[in-house]
Design a binder for this molecule. Structure first.
Ligand code: PLP
Length: 381
């Protein structure tokens, strides 16, 4: 019989698959499912970005690009990072086919079997999968229940981070919680990273989607330059999930290693897509603000609807996710909510935090209202 590599067999398939399979089966039977399980904005890509992509094809940018990205985009990213207080040079950037690929390259370049990664729970599912593929071991620290803040978890973090720790992963605004971490919390991470000489990865892919509290880039804190990997991308901020474009800033020696993985695997991010990315980065303030405002209104509406049903939900300060407290058996709750109420959500246990369901409010106000009504009518809230 065929055997497979340990690096893949030790990774579990995503726990969200059961939910999306159920949703697809129902939809195939003609059932109208309100799908709040997806992690992508429901807006079209801004038209000027689409045009820039088309123009780049017409201009013949259809061959290989430089492996680390076209110079114009790299320059624009350096400037964007500078505005966030981050000082990565053009030789410390990789433009990748999606932020996920950037993360994969970093994990593979940095981690071996004897390395230890610290994750905060709930955490986005792919960090664990990538750490496992790299063979690293994982230490998990619980964020505070209900509002999922990092500051209350600093004491526990201090017990977990040692000189043997290789990487701490921070994601603010967070998927799945929408929490934005305070400066004090980030400073706590910084202090431990400096004390134990540990690298930190700051996943800032939801940076543009915050409602009042701007997020701070971890790498902008004193002492973090040279030890911070900053991940960002175009999927969420500019509604460009399917274009597959992301980027990462990383210290030059790590860059050298990670760039080898890019060049020997995907070669480069799609050439003409990078021109669309350049347009997105430099000329979409208005479209980004419109999407942010829409998410903000939906968040407020959802919170109000849950309040009307006496359901206490923490106020997420960013991204487009909300953690709804549900039964301890959140997997059963989510499966039931699809079967009975035809509302698809993701169980918190998929992110290491049972007892919650993650809702994405990247859906119209009408659909969100419908979802809450259905959950209430079927006694799920
Ligand atoms: N990081 C987080 C926290 C995410 O939620 C996602 C997408 O779901 C990504 C990174 C990667 O996004 P992409 O590969 O589309 O850039």
């Amino acid at each position: 019989t065929q055997t497979f590599a340990d690096r893949v067999t030790r990774v579990e398939p995503s726990a969200t698959i059961a939910i999306s399979n159920l949703a697809s089966e129902l939809e195939a039977d003609g059932v109208d499912v309100v799908d709040l399980s997806v992690g992508e904005p429901d807006f079209p890509t801004p038209q000027n970005v689409v045009e820039a992509g088309k123009q780049a094809i017409d201009d013949g940018h259809t061959g290989y690009a430089p492996s680390n990205g076209i110079p114009q985009l790299r320059e624009a990213i350096v400037e964007k990072f500078e505005a966030d207080g981050l000082s990565y040079g053009t030789d410390e950037l990789i433009v990748t086919p999606g932020g996920k690929q950037a993360l994969f390259e970093v994990f593979m370049a940095l981690l071996d079997e004897d390395d230890e990664v610290v994750l905060f729970d709930p955490a986005w599912v792919s960090y664990e999968a990538m750490a496992k593929m790299a063979g690293a071991s994982i230490e998990r620290v619980d964020l505070s229940p209900y509002d999922f803040q990092l500051e209350p978890a600093l004491d526990e973090l201090a017990e977990v981070v040692t000189d043997d720790t290789s990487l701490i992963v921070v994601n603010s605004p967070s998927n799945p919680t929408g929490a934005v971490f305070s400066d004090a919390a980030l400073e706590g991470v910084r202090d431990l990273a400096v004390e134990h000489d540990v690298m930190a990865l700051s996943d800032e892919i939801y940076q543009e989607i915050t409602y009042g509290t701007d997020m701070t880039s971890l790498g902008s804190l004193d002492g973090m330059e040279g030890r911070t990997i900053t991940l960002n991308g175009f999927s969420k901020a500019y509604s460009m999930t399917g274009w597959r474009l992301g980027y990462v800033g990383l210290p030059v020696d790590l860059h050298e290693q990670a760039a080898k993985i890019q060049s020997h695997s995907v070669t480069c991010a799609t050439h003409f897509v990078q021109y669309a990315g350049l347009e997105a980065l430099t000329n979409t303030d208005e479209a980004v603000a419109e999407m942010r405002d829409a998410f903000h209104e939906r968040r407020d509406m959802l919170l109000e609807l849950f309040e009307e049903h006496d359901k206490d939900v923490a106020t997420p300060e960013g991204a487009f996710y909300m953690m709804l407290p549900v039964d301890d058996d959140d997997q059963a709750w989510c499966e039931g909510a699809i079967e009975d109420a035809h509302v698809a959500t993701v169980p918190g246990s998929a992110f290491g935090t049972p007892g919650y369901a993650r809702l994405s409010y990247a859906a119209s106000e009408g659909r969100l209202r419908e979802a809450v009504e259905r959950l209430a009518d079927n006694d799920y809230i």
